[in-house]
Design a protein around this ligand. Structure first.
Ligand code: MOS
Length: 703
């Protein structure tokens, strides 16, 4: 087994995939030539500023817009009394829409920070000034925003994957030599993308055009068509550059409000969210309360795995942070139960956030595994090897590929695990206690049907068109390499155009499925194009274009336990006088399928691990029980890891592939965060001898 470490660059066609390339749009991004949705100029552009509710539950009694309408530059004040109608009764790509998208359709307020008005003005400053002057009166009702695992309204949802069971859990626990039974919590965590959400909407020759920052332009276009009862062909959404997303950039109220205002005023309107508004408008990760019970024989062989996970959702829509699902593809055990439970509170609906489910779920289960290692006296890596399954432990399906133990072996070698004294609290360096920890990672491998078009241009270049979305990951560059390799031409002869719903339906950049789904479609289109080109003949001035649709191929994919895996390692230093935890180094070794562009792939892994560090030590949103809203909804109040917090983080991978994928891709987008917080928490235990089961591991909790 060899680890891939190449970072050399090359422009030769045959080695495009697997060789490091800088982003094709990198120069545009660092010179400012790349424009983002909130800054692209449009003629006659008007600006919308949202006014959010100050109560957590109740009704809007009045929106006193008359005085505000007299203010300089103000064009309109939209609210539930005058807004166009939308339809939230349809099935979208991810199921039924969140009724929260029915903005300004009624006078009810389901949470603090719910939009109650949109002020539109000639300039952003005028809109803001008027929005801040707008008086809104409410009939307030009592609210409940207090999350806990003991909340009496907690229930187990009906949906797929909420409850999975095999074997006789209680008798296996009773027969176990070692039992770990512990509870873990993770707090409410927020998307903090560099680029806040923004959308411009305008009507142009009978078509609705939206310029947006999103994770899937066909997705957003279809949702807007549904919401406004439009012919899908009459909606075009573009999203060229995106400054971060990771689950929050789907269809949100700001796009809907921009469309409403553009329709009423018959001119382009842009709505930009402020950093504070993101906290209630664009989704977040639910807090979790999890209980894990592990039962094992004396040698650490698992007899029972029980994972009960609680999260919250809003009163109007069910979104479940499926933390209990993390362990299902992980370890062999005689009995298994994993259940996700949820409670409806007067809060915004949570949403997908990098590794939804797996990120908090891995903190609980991989911490519990470390506790079992401690109790059974088995090395944490040996413990995982002892419980390595032959097939999916719950599904019984064969693995598409696994390589979890290869990742641990390579990680242990590079990290220097062999010399580790397992006893906690022994290593001291001045006022610092030192420790190391490890944890496993996994994330499912998903693919979504996509369409792509490839054009052989008359000048010898090739143009790929696909509604991919590059949220900053390097997707555009990866697709350039994939196309170049399939075409057997140098990558500088390939131009990839993305982020335009007119290119046809394609996967979203979510669920770690983007590059796999789009790469499949591009590969298929190139194969068809090469067949055509092999017939010979001149290429006409407009080029030769071939389209592919992977629906049939993706639909025929064999059912397998299909996951990416990884091994996380961390070394920490804990200041015994201040309680500060400093991460000194992290190493992640992944088995995540074929790696397209090592440079940007490494960056993806390191980004995920950095987020995991942030989750372990910093991130925590405080919801105020009295107001129902946030305390410190900004970067001063919501802490995440800054440069000074982030040490040397290394990420690498072992050879791995999915034989059922035309390129061998599995997916790398989310797995970097998975297990990272557990590795750090386990290292803090190794340093201090104290278990931290509640994130983040703040200084006041360490002392
Ligand atoms: Mo990711 S949380 O599926 O954008």
């Amino acid at each position: 087994m060899t680890a891939r470490t190449t970072t050399t660059t090359s422009t030769t066609a045959a080695s495009a995939v697997g060789t490091s390339f800088t982003r094709v749009e990198g120069r545009d991004k660092v010179t400012g030539a790349a424009r983002y949705a909130g800054e692209i100029p449009f003629a006659e552009l008007a600006h919308g500023w949202m006014v959010l509710s100050t109560v957590a539950r109740g009704r809007v009694r009045s929106v006193e817009s008359d005085p505000v309408r007299q203010m300089p530059g103000v064009l309109a004040v939209l609210h539930h009394g005058n807004a166009p109608r939308v339809d939230v009764d349809y099935m979208g790509l991810l199921g039924k829409p969140d009724p929260i998208l029915g903005v300004f359709q009624h006078d009810q307020v389901p949470f603090a920070g719910w939009p109650v008005a949109l002020v539109v003005a000639e300039t952003s400053e005028q809109a803001r000034e008027a929005a801040e002057a707008l008086v809104v009166r409410y009939d307030e009702e009592p609210h409940d925003v207090a999350f806990s695992a003991e909340h009496p309204d907690t229930y187990t949802p009906d949906g797929d994957g909420m409850l999975m069971e095999k074997g006789d859990l209680e008798s296996e626990l009773a027969a176990s030599a070692h039992v770990v039974d512990e509870s873990y919590t993770t707090p409410e965590e927020h998307h903090s993308s560099m680029e806040p959400h923004a959308a411009m909407a305008r009507w142009d020759s009978g078509r609705l055009e939206v310029v947006d920052s999103n994770q899937g332009s066909t997705w957003v276009a279809q949702e807007l068509a549904n919401l406004f009862s439009l012919d899908p062909a009459s909606v075009r959404v573009r999203s060229e550059h995106i400054g971060g997303a990771f689950g929050s950039k789907g269809v949100r109220v700001h796009q809907i409000l921009a469309v409403m205002a553009a329709t009423l005023l018959d001119r382009p309107v842009r709505v930009v969210t402020t950093r504070r508004q993101l906290f209630s408008l664009t989704g977040y990760r639910s807090p979790t309360a999890q209980r894990v019970r592990l039962g094992a024989d004396a040698d650490g062989r698992l007899r029972a795995v029980d994972h009960q996970a609680h999260s919250l959702t809003s009163t109007v829509h069910e979104f479940v942070e499926g933390s209990a699902g993390f362990g299902r593809p992980m370890y062999a055990s005689d009995a298994h139960r994993s259940v996700n439970r949820v409670v409806r509170l007067d809060v915004p609906t949570p949403t997908y956030m990098r590794a939804p489910g797996e990120a908090p779920g891995s903190f609980a289960l991989e911490s519990a595994l470390d506790e079992l290692a401690e109790r059974s006296g088995v090395d944490p890596i040996a413990l995982r090897a002892r419980n390595e399954p032959d097939v999916g432990p719950v599904s019984g399906l064969p693995f598409a590929s696994r390589n979890l133990l290869s990742a641990f072996q390579e990680g242990a070698r590079r990290f220097g695990w062999a010399d580790r004294d397992p006893r906690p609290g022994l290593r001291r360096e001045g006022r610092w206690l030192l420790g190391t920890g490890t944890a496993a990672a996994t994330f499912p491998v998903i693919v979504m049907p996509s369409t792509a078009a490839v054009t052989a241009e008359a000048d010898g270049t090739f143009t790929v068109r696909i509604t991919a979305s590059d949220v900053g990951t390097g997707a555009r560059t990866a697709l350039t390499l994939i196309a170049a390799e399939a075409l057997e031409v140098p990558q500088d002869r390939v131009h990839v155009r993305i982020g335009d719903s007119d290119f046809g339906p394609a996967a979203i950049s979510g669920g770690s499925m983007g590059t796999r789904s789009w790469g499949w479609a591009v590969t298929a289109a190139v194969a068809d194009l090469r067949e055509q080109l092999a017939l010979g003949g001149e290429i006409p001035p407009q080029g030769i274009t071939v389209r592919s649709d992977t629906s049939a191929a993706v639909g025929a994919l064999a059912q397998k336990e299909r996951h990416s895996y990884g091994a996380q390692f961390a070394e920490v230093a804990v200041d015994v006088t201040t309680g500060e935890v400093r991460v000194r180094r992290m190493l992640g070794i992944f088995a995540a399928g074929r790696i397209i562009n090592p440079l940007t792939a490494r960056s993806q892994f390191v980004g995920g691990m950095t987020w995991g560090l942030s989750m372990a030590l910093h991130e925590e949103a405080h919801r105020d029980q009295a107001s129902g809203g946030h305390v410190g909804a900004d970067f001063a109040g919501y802490h995440f890891a800054a440069n000074a917090d982030v040490p040397l983080i290394e990420a690498d991978w072992v050879e791995d592939t999915d034989a059922d994928d035309p390129i061998g891709i599995k997916g790398i987008g989310e797995i970097g965060i998975v297990g990272a917080a557990a590795a750090i928490a386990n290292a803090v235990w190794h340093a201090t001898g104290v278990r931290h089961r509640n994130l983040p591991i703040r200084p006041d909790r360490v002392l």
